[in-house]
Design a protein around this ligand. Structure first.
Ligand SMILES: Cc1cc2nc3c(=O)[nH]c(=O)nc-3n(C[C@H](O)[C@H](O)[C@H](O)COP(=O)(O)OP(=O)(O)OC[C@H]3O[C@@H](n4cnc5c(N)ncnc54)[C@H](O)[C@@H]3O)c2cc1C
Length: 421
């Protein structure tokens, strides 16, 4: 039985937005490049405040990370909150931590307010310790979260086994602020809400150039152009250039099984929490609403890579969930993460009245939605004070191409070895 090389989320959606390429010239208050969570959240919130907004999307809505991710709605970043404050300094670090801790609430309330049909489940997430070092890491994270009054607890091995359905973990950090959703449907729901608020989204309309003439931004596509007072650039890892010095592109691959039988389903994540582990080459697993088990890890498909990642995924399931030996994979897909050198998201200046949002480093559902909303406030008021991070001058990072190759080859080797050792 062949595995369909396509994102599960694309086949599992009944939602769509009318395809509308730009074929003329027009003028608006705000133009946004990129229709993922960042761009769509910015568009929705700016239009709600009365701005005329146009979104340009090179492909279709959710083509980027927003239509391919795991669907874990996390509070905060990979980087633990103490580290964030160390990197940014006390005041800026506290501001970002505080904003991101509330990001899941923003996501789930947008879903509720706009009746977005994306299977939201706010049952918490589990960060699972694979060994003693991982458990120590979780204890340190717990102390940092407890100091910030976050509703986070450390489950012991037995409690983790009961929630996960696997005896492979020494414990897990249980974060009640977090949850899961169907990622593409969340993006499409944001797009629908934005259109209802008056936004026009042009799909298959790649922004080929953008420049400020002293009065306006002029953005050109193959068959049209837009002038606007303000510009928000929100293409994250999917920006057009193949070589990018703003961040390192990190690939992430996922495999989804066919729906498990009700008996199997009862033994794997019976409460539906989303999970990831403490391994250096990290992996994630979750269930979808049809009872599919979705397992993911760093890496990309294509070429010989699949020969390493597919056996790895089978082996991972065999190790974690030996009780479901009878299953098959139905879908596999990959996507790209924009990882900055310090793993913190950035807002950089593009000149007069233009900003770029990027670098969520694998945590974009909450942060992208939040940064988009804050960018809308900036577009309306010009006030930078409510942005979660300060606007900085663009600064290239070193060796991004080499690091991308290193991560991809390292993950392939790690997965290949894990099947042979
Ligand atoms: C496999 C994977 C798993 C992940 N898992 C999680 C997770 O579980 N939880 C989580 O919080 N985050 C996760 N992330 C990260 C998250 O998906 C991203 O951070 C988030 O989707 C970024 O949203 P965005 O709107 O900034 O960018 P994107 O969703 O990538 O959207 C950018 C859009 O810009 C468009 N574009 C590019 N160039 C142009 C142009 N010139 N003109 C017009 N349009 C253009 C692209 O086509 C794309 O649609 C994951 C990412 C991946 C890839």
């Amino acid at each position: 039985m062949t595995i369909t090389h396509q994102s599960l989320w694309q086949t599992d959606t009944s939602q769509s937005i009318e395809d509308k390429p730009l074929g003329h010239h027009e003028h608006c208050d705000l133009v946004i490049i990129g229709a993922g969570y960042s761009g769509l959240s910015a568009a929705l919130h700016a239009a709600q405040q009365g701005m005329s907004v146009r979104v340009l999307e090179a492909q279709n809505i959710g083509h980027g990370g927003s239509g391919r991710n795991v669907g874990l709605v996390n509070a905060g970043l990979w980087t633990p909150p103490d580290e964030v404050e160390k990197i940014l300094g006390q005041t800026a670090g506290i501001k970002l931590n505080h904003a991101l801790a509330a990001a899941p609430q923003l996501v789930f309330s947008l879903i509720e307010n706009h009746q977005i049909n994306c299977n939201p489940l706010r049952n918490g997430t589990l960060h699972c310790a694979t060994n003693k070092a991982g458990l120590s890491q979780l204890k340190a994270r717990l102390a940092q979260q407890t100091a910030r009054m976050a509703p986070v607890s450390l489950l012991d091995a037995h409690q983790t086994q009961q929630r996960v359905g696997s005896n492979q973990f020494l414990g897990a950090l249980f974060d009640l602020r977090a949850g899961t959703l169907q990622p593409l449907n969340y993006a499409l729901g944001l797009a629908t809400a934005a259109v209802e608020a008056g936004v026009v989204i042009y799909t298959h309309s790649r922004a080929l150039s953008y420049q400020h003439d002293g009065h306006h931004w002029l953005i050109k596509t193959a068959n049209g152009s837009i002038t606007a007072h303000k510009l928000i650039h929100a293409t994250n890892a999917y920006e057009s250039t193949s070589f990018c010095t703003r961040f390192t592109r990190v690939n992430y691959v996922q495999f989804a099984t066919a729906p498990l039988t009700p008996t199997q389903r009862a033994t794997v994540l019976p409460n539906g929490e989303g999970c990831w582990d403490t391994n250096t080459v990290m992996s994630s697993f979750r269930m979808d609403q049809h009872g599919r088990l979705i397992i993911g890890g760093v890496g990309s498909l294509g070429g010989k890579n699949t020969d390493a990642h597919l056996p790895w995924a089978h082996r991972k399931i065999a190790k974690l969930f030996p009780q479901i030996s009878d299953y098959r994979f139905e879908y596999m897909w990959d996507g790209q993460i924009a990882m900055t050198a310090n793993k913190l998201p950035k807002i950089t200046s593009m000149g007069v009245n233009g900003i770029r949002l990027y670098g969520y480093s694998g945590r974009g559902i909450g942060p992208g939605t939040l940064f988009g909303k804050a960018a809308a406030h900036w577009a309306i008021t010009g006030d930078e004070g409510l942005l979660p991070v300060a606007i900085t001058a663009p600064k290239p990072e070193k060796h991004t191409g080499l690091k991308a190759v290193y991560f991809d080859m390292g993950a392939t080797l790690n997965h290949w070895l894990s099947c042979r050792l």
